[in-house]
Design a protein around this ligand. Sequence first.
Ligand code: FMN
Length: 418
Amino acid sequence: MKCVDDFRLRFGTEEYVPIMIGGMGVDISTSELALEAARLGGIGHISDAMVHDVADRKFDTSFIKDKTRQYKYNINNMDKAVVQFDLDKLAEATRLHVASTMQAKQGKGLIFVNCMEKLSMNAPKETLRVRLAAALDAGIDGITLSAGLHLGSFALMADHPRFREAKLGIIVSSVRALQLFLRKNAKLNRLPDYVIVEGPLAGGHLGFGLDDWQEYDLHTIMDEVIAYVREEGLNIPVIAAGGVFTGSDAVSFLEKGAAGVQVATRFTVTKECGLPDDVKQEYFKASEQDIEVNGVSPTGYPMRMLKNTPAIGSGIRPGCESYGYLLDASGQCSYINAYNREITLHPDAKDIKVMDKTCLCTHMRNFNCWTCGHYTYRLKDTTHKKADGSYQLLTAEHVFKDYQFSKNNEIALPARED
Ligand SMILES: Cc1cc2nc3c(=O)[nH]c(=O)nc-3n(C[C@H](O)[C@H](O)[C@H](O)COP(=O)(O)O)c2cc1C
């Protein structure tokens, strides 16, 4: 029986261990985690979600404090159209985050940045252009376009000197989304360097409907995308993501023609992952019944999360003056509408509950939105339970190598620490 290490992900003549650690927004996939993947010969992702906040924590800058101060006067106003991002500061924060990661890179692998289109930031086109250009300026190896169709994103980078040299890829959940992307970008004469096919068992936002995601399956969509790419004579590596829990799961895709796998959930309980340790324990403890796909994200995409996540049912005031990453082109966010509705219905209540939407920016920033992959309930089987009842954290190297070398659906347990 083969293992993942019998395969290689190829970009032209370059070869990598065919394991990508997926982007996990607001610094869950930290630089440290991405750097481990690169050091071990694979591909790691950082994310540019809420990059000002990430920069403030890492570099002692004050982007968020300054923005909050600038728009403080608007905090009680539910019209957020005035709350705009300063594009120079956005570029600066992105460059800081990306450049510091790239400077620390060791080994033969690559570091990509996950760039979500749904972070519309009250000026979708302008802010996305700046995010993409700043990441390229700062030397990122590649950009993964996610959470959106990204029909215009290649055009936003087309005049950048690194447009044809950096690795640029897109996440899709159907062959149709890929066809649309390729059609819209045909005139740029630049194909994506890779396509990640993300199925319905992934963490984060899903590219399926809230009511029909169960009807889809990653193997079927992968078969369709690989067949399409071959029929069209396109030489684009296709990477499988979502529910690849063991090395053998990965091999089942690689043997069918996948160029690699993108994985995330198993790394949420590693020391390098950005989640606080107590939240990592929540992931370990979860049973299958504790996980749901819900519609609380204001992006409009379904999202998978632990049912006991503090973000569900919280009625905090919208934090747009500080954050505002999900404000659309006209300064709207569906959480603001849901919050206002509850305030109107319960004018005298001290604390209100908003069940149908959540203030994703504030909760992601505070690690209070526990998004996770479907197989999170299996994480407890990947480590030891300690005498005090908590679970032993893993290292990214251990999990990476387990994916790389394991066979027969086995999962190697780490050496005991207690
Ligand atoms: C905690 C968590 C956060 C995630 N955040 C993002 C994100 O910000 N952007 C994105 O494109 N995908 C995100 N994902 C999806 C992963 O990058 C990846 O494609 C997917 O989860 C792989 O499936 P697996 O978790 O079953 O291994 C996230 C996944 C997890 C578990």
